[in-house]
Design a protein around this ligand. Structure first.
Ligand SMILES: *Cc1c(COP(=O)(O)O)cnc(C)c1O
Length: 361
């Protein structure tokens, strides 16, 4: 058996220890005689699995008691509609910060439901930076402010949390959640599709302040209503049981690594090594302003794009896979989420250096 270093942006690598544990528990979970996949979501075995996952996430992220956690289906993309449906209340407009492809999608969807005030837009610079706090043109009467702390495609990450006064701050943390400690109390709502840094696809986690529940517009489908999910412990209907279980194993793994502080230290080192290899090479390039570079998604181009295919082929021979950049950006992208071991980044850096050396004239 060979496990490659998989740099996929999502679904992404999971820790090998987690997959092994799932394998051990696959046929018979803790003497229950069932796979987790076969359990009733209302049975005591599954309730214990779900409850522990939730409790562990609360501990890892230090989520205050007045926040609910929802384990939903429909991916992060469903949230693009659920947010305005649930949070507008009697307001008619919301602020959105546009820093890339995912912000744009959130904006396009919100426009079906409300007036969108684009509080800042970095498209002119090709989404290679984030706006400063001073550049945000916020509407004090907005229902909420939405932003994308880490743009997975452009590899651009906020180095600060926007200050929005009394207006609730909503963050799409799909590709940065759990990468380091954050202060949850600064946010009204955090959401993340699982398949980047939490677990398998099929699950989306929403962390929401309780006072924001119960304001959904009358037409909101029950399945899109946060309050209904909150009141039912995310079991209004059948939740994505296996993905939720796997997320729980990932949370245990994070605790065993030393929690988010330890993850942040490892992730900071991994990103620094990779960016240094790019910047020092004279052969690779990353267009993002240094202080706004993503810790999780590192796009880079080769000095000669004709070599892209050769680069990818040679990388795969070294066990370094899924490095091809997003179709809208081209070049390469290395996603280095929590589950990517530091040795994976070291191996990529070594390969990049040797590849560049062989191309030098
Ligand atoms: C991947 C991603 C999404 C979309 O997630 P789905 O679960 O596929 O809907 C949204 N936002 C960000 C920042 C992402 O990285």
């Amino acid at each position: 058996m060979t496990r490659m270093f998989n740099f996929s942006a999502g679904p992404a690598m999971l820790p090998t220890a987690v997959i092994k544990r799932a394998q051990q528990e696959m046929l018979d979970w803790h003497g229950s005689g069932m796979s987790v996949m076969e359990m009733s979501h209302r049975g005591k075995e599954y309730m214990s699995i779900a409850g522990k996952a939730e409790q562990d996430l609360r501990e890892i992220m230090l989520i205050p008691d007045h926040y609910k956690m929802l384990f939903l289906q429909g991916g992060a993309s469903s949230q693009f509609a659920m947010i305005p449906l649930n949070l507008l209340g009697d307001k008619t407009s919301a602020d959105y910060i546009n820093t890339g492809m995912w912000s744009k999608k959130a904006i396009a969807e919100a426009k079906r439901y409300c007036d969108v005030n684009v509080a800042a837009d970095t498209s002119e610079g090709g989404f290679t930076t984030v706006p400063s706090q001073d550049e945000l043109v916020l509407n004090p009467d907005a229902a909420y402010v939405h932003y994308t702390p880490n743009e997975t495609i452009g590899g651009v990450e906020f180095d600060y949390i926007p200050e929005t006064g009394d207006v609730p701050l909503v963050a799409d943390m799909s590709s940065t959640i759990l990468s380091r400690p954050i202060d949850v109390s600064k946010f009204a709502m955090i959401y993340a599709g699982a398949q980047k840094n939490i677990g398998p696809a099929g699950l989306c986690i929403v962390i929401i302040r309780e006072d924001l529940l119960g304001k959904a517009s009358a037409q909101t489908p029950a399945m899109m209503n946060y309050k209904i999910h909150a009141d039912n412990g995310s079991m209004y209907n059948t939740p994505p049981t296996y993905s939720w279980y796997m997320a729980g194993l990932v949370f245990e793994w994070i605790q065993a690594q030393g929690g988010l502080k330890a993850m942040g230290e490892i992730n900071g080192r991994k990103a620094a090594k990779l960016y240094a290899a790019i910047d020092d090479s004279g052969f690779y390039a990353n267009p993002v302003a240094k202080q706004h570079r993503s810790w999780m998604n590192v796009p880079f181009t080769l000095a000669n794009a004709d070599l892209d295919a050769v680069f990818l082929e040679g990388a795969a021979e070294q066990g370094l896979i899924t490095l091809k950049g997003h179709r809208s950006v081209g070049g390469m992208r290395a996603s280095i989420y929590n589950a990517m071991p530091e040795e994976g980044v070291d191996a990529l850096v070594a390969y990049m250096q040797s590849f560049a050396k062989h191309q030098a004239v």
